[in-house]
Design a protein around this ligand. Sequence first.
Ligand SMILES: [Zn+2]
Length: 184
Amino acid sequence: MYILNISLNIYKCKLFVKKYYKIRKKNTVFVIFCNIFKIMDIQYMQMAIDAAQLSDVDIPIGAVIVKDNRILAFAHNQKEADNDATAHAELLVIKKASHKTGNWRLEDCDLYVTLEPCPMCMWAILQSRIKNLYFGAYDTVYGAISTIPQMMTLSNSKLNFKGGIMEHECKVLLDSYFKSMRIK
Ligand SMILES: [Zn+2]
């Protein structure tokens, strides 16, 4: 089962890389445009959306961590797949980035996530000292910023955040997932 899981993850990574390069190839003009005008938030949010699409049985939420214009890690929600209540995209991507850098302090790192983080993930974001948080769709029911804004003041973190990036695309992704669940 463990080996099967590893193989599945390798397969998913390969799919993502393949898809990413296909998108880059197809959208060369889009990427060049983003680079010229420094609209990096759109480019990286698109990558988070691509990661979200690998969520399979889970609610499609994807996250990417970037440092100095270099992608450190990406992840998607795996709560159902891993049978793990903590396997949210944000926590997984933070773990991966910390592992890669060999440092839990992710200072000067930017996190892109397709949905406003829940309180569990927001606390991890604050603790990891991520510099900038960019999210797509707002979550007015479970989102930490929308529901517990005072949480931001409970930490020494100087986190900057910006919501609503590619909000429509992120919402469509979630809506189509819930629609397909209702049909089932
Ligand atoms: Zn979360």
